[in-house]
Structure formats: structure tokens, C-alpha cells
Design a protein around this ligand. Structure first.
Ligand SMILES: NC(=O)C1=CN([C@@H]2O[C@H](COP(=O)(O)OP(=O)(O)OC[C@H]3O[C@@H](n4cnc5c(N)ncnc54)[C@H](OP(=O)(O)O)[C@@H]3O)[C@@H](O)[C@H]2O)C=CC1
Ligand SMILES: CC(=O)N[C@@H](CCC(=O)OP(=O)(O)O)C(=O)O
Length: 347
């Protein structure tokens, strides 16, 4: 291995986002995968647990505490919330940079975290210092951060289309409605009642109305970027597909806007962003599947005086592992797109 490779490990490689990180990092030209963890499957070859990886890797899963943190440049935490935070607390200060895929360090206001996650935050000071890992909006903070809070999947799909509208004071900030639909891998690998095949297949249902922890994450992050308070009515839905999130947002306008001006607005924010593709009609999950793209479409309806946005991401990619690799590239001074330019898998 070349000495210039970035040494990384994945805590939680037996899960969905952990496996997606493995898939991406194995083909990343500047990365050496040093360790992968699982508690329940420690000792197994990774490809025994994830047969899709056979012939691609020869690495064994080991318990999290056996990962040698001192040899790493970057550690990915693909663990449930609270587990992440307790690990970081135990090893604080960590000798490497950390990209946490859980929600534990996303809220600068830990009182909000405690309210919505129904658990005590053990490192509030560190949470206030963590960078929110949405590169298109917070690139400068990410580049110099030791700890990156990788965004939630629904928040990524909602914040990217909403931020320009709020920042330009185009919409009433308390009028935002977010209607989002996620594939089932968003719920993680462990079986749950609502993701059980007969419940999820051939069905479509809402959940988490008024209680989902992504409401405060979306509101706080838009505030962090724009300086304006936002109130968002967010309802997630479980879509019977493996991957993908399609999110619609509806916001009342403060003033009318022409289609050309709306298009110009989005191009001024995202025209140079490789991973954001501005569309002229409704995005589709199949066009972003297995890729790090976020496809966005926006239109103004003069009849209702609302701006409607539609966005599509792959929840395991731009919603989790792909974005985490984008962040890893940034903090290690690599080109942001390295290892992330494979075409979406369509159909
Ligand atoms: N799935 C998605 O689309 C997204 C997920 N996220 C977040 O990313 C994180 C990982 O999600 P996901 O991959 O879906 O989760 P999974 O449930 O699929 O995987 C969880 C992983 O955490 C490990 N783990 C669980 N408990 C412990 C523990 N006490 N100590 C050590 N390891 C433990 C599991 O290992 P073991 O083999 O021992 O069970 C497994 O590897 C979560 O915080 C999730 O909220 C964020 C954005 C999108
Ligand atoms: C379909 C589904 O169940 N999705 C998950 C969101 C996954 C995610 O982004 O979770 P974190 O914010 O916890 O990291 C949920 O609604 O809880």
C-alpha cells in the first residue's frame, strides 16, 4: 500500500450504511480499509455476512473496541444514535477525525436533541463544535473539523431545496410543509414490525407525524445556514422500495417569481455543485439509485402562490454513506468527488 493512502475504519460495518461505506471505500483510489466492526458478527469474514462483497475484500469483522484508533486518519461511525455518542465520550479525545452517521452530533442545541431523541446528551460541548456534514452548504466548516455530524437522509433531501428559498427571503419561513417518502433500508438492517415484508410490501403509509426527530434537524440546519427561524411541518412515509427518498416541499411565497428567476436562483447556489442536478421536471428515484446525486426540481404555482420543490436522493448514498465519503474527501484534502462518480444504477 502506498504511504499516501488514507487509513480508515468503519464502526458498524454489518449494517446497511456500513456495508455501503465498504462498497464505496473498496473502490476509492486513496483509501486503505484498516478495520470493520460488528459486535454480533465479530470473527466472520465481511463477505460471509455481505455475500455481494465476495472476491472484493478479505477482511474480518471485529468488535468495535478492537479497532486500533491510533493507526487511523478517519473513523466512520455507522452506529445507532446514543451508541455513537457513548463511544466518542469513552475515547475522547479521539486520535483521528470522526465522521458520525448517527444523529448524535447534528444538533448544536442539545436541549433540542434531548427532547426529540428522548435521551440525555453526554457531550454537549462537543456537539456544539461538530461540523454539519452537508458540503454544499457548510464546506468551509467541514474542511477544518475534527468531528463531522453526517446529516440525516430526510434532512439532506429537504434542506438542499429549501435553503436557497429561505436565504433569499422568498418564502414565509413558517409556511413550510415537507412531505417525504423513503425506501425501507432507511430503517436499518434489523427487522421491525413496520418494515416486515407483509406490512411494507404492496403498501404505503405515513409515520412519525409531529414526532420525527428530523423536524428539528431540518429547522435548525436551515436556521444555521440562513440565520432565519423556520417552522416546517414534516411527515415521512415508508415507500416499498429498497433505496431512495423522494421529498416534496410546499412553501407560501412572499412575492411572485418567474420560472426563469427561480431557475436562476437555484443555478446561482448549485450550478457549480457536481452532486446537485437541477432538473426541469420531476426527479425519479431510479435516476439517482446507488449514486451520490441529489436531483432537484422547483416550480412556482401562481394559483396557490406556493413554491413546490421535489428532490430525489439515494438514502444510503447522498443520505448517508456517499455523503460521508464526500466529507472524508474534504477533510483529507482530496477532490470532493473522488470515488463517487459512478453512474446511477438504472433501471
Ligand atoms: N439507513 C439509512 O438510510 C440511514 C441511516 N443513518 C444513520 O446511520 C447509522 C447506521 O444506520 P444503519 O446502517 O441503517 O443501521 P443498521 O441497523 O443497519 O446497522 C447498525 C450497526 O451498528 C452496530 N451496532 C448496533 N449496536 C451496537 C453497539 N451497542 N455497539 C457496537 N455496534 C453496534 C451493528 O452491529 P451488530 O452487527 O453488532 O448488530 C450494525 O453494524 C444510524 O445512526 C442511522 O440512524 C443516517 C442516514 C441514513
Ligand atoms: C425509513 C426510515 O425508517 N427512515 C429512518 C431515517 C433514517 C435516518 O436518516 O436516520 P438518522 O437521522 O437516525 O440517522 C427513520 O425515519 O427513522
Amino acid at each position: 500500500m502506498s504511504a499516501t493512502k488514507i487509513k480508515v475504519a468503519i464502526a458498524g460495518a454489518s449494517g446497511y450504511t456500513g456495508a455501503e461505506l465498504v462498497r464505496l471505500l473498496l473502490r476509492h483510489p486513496n483509501v486503505e480499509l484498516m478495520g470493520v466492526s460488528s459486535e454480533r458478527n465479530a470473527g466472520m469474514w465481511l463477505h460471509e455476512l455481505h455475500p455481494q462483497l465476495q472476491n472484493l475484500t478479505q477482511i474480518r469483522l471485529k468488535p468495535l473496541e478492537e479497532i486500533d484508533l491510533d493507526e487511523l486518519d478517519t473513523l466512520f461511525l455507522a452506529l445507532p444514535h446514543r451508541v455513537s455518542m457513548l463511544f466518542v465520550e469513552k475515547h475522547h479525545p479521539l486520535p483521528c477525525k470522526v465522521i458520525d452517521l448517527s444523529g448524535d452530533f447534528r444538533m448544536t442545541d442539545t436541549a433540542l436533541y434531548e427532547k426529540w431523541y428522548q435521551t440525555k446528551h453526554v457531550m454537549p460541548a462537543l456537539s456544539a463544535q461538530a461540523a454539519y456534514g452537508l458540503p454544499e452548504l457548510f464546506r468551509d466548516q467541514i474542511q477544518s473539523a475534527q468531528l463531522i455530524a453526517n446529516p440525516g437522509c430526510y434532512p439532506t433531501s429537504a434542506i438542499l431545496p429549501l435553503a436557497p428559498l429561505v436565504n433569499e427571503k422568498l418564502i414565509e419561513p413558517d409556511s413550510v410543509v415537507i412531505d417525504a417518502k423513503s425506501g425501507i433500508t432507511g430503517a436499518g438492517i434489523s427487522p421491525k414490525a413496520n418494515t416486515h415484508f407483509p406490512h411494507a410490501y404492496d403498501n404505503f403509509s405515513a409515520y412519525g407525524m409531529q414526532t420525527h426527530r428530523h423536524s428539528p434537524e431540518i429547522e435548525q440546519t436551515v436556521q444555521r445556514f440562513t440565520g432565519q427561524d423556520v417552522i416546517a411541518q414534516f411527515t415521512p412515509h415508508l415507500l416499498p422500495v429498497n433505496r431512495g427518498i423522494l421529498t416534496a416541499t410546499y412553501s407560501t411565497c412572499k412575492k411572485t417569481i418567474s420560472p426563469e428567476a427561480l431557475s436562476e436562483l437555484y443555478h446561482s447556489y448549485y450550478g457549480e455543485e457536481y452532486f446537485i442536478r437541477l432538473r426541469s421536471d420531476s426527479p425519479q428515484l431510479r435516476f439517482v439509485r446507488a449514486s451520490n446525486f441529489c436531483d432537484i426540481y422547483a416550480s412556482y404555482d401562481p394559483r396557490t402562490n406556493r413554491i413546490i420543490t421535489l428532490s430525489a436522493i439515494d438514502n444510503l448514498m447522498k443520505g448517508a454513506a456517499g455523503q460521508a465519503v464526500q466529507n472524508m474527501n474534504l477533510i483529507n484534502n482530496l477532490k470532493e468527488t473522488t470515488g463517487l462518480t459512478e453512474s446511477p444504477v438504472c433501471p
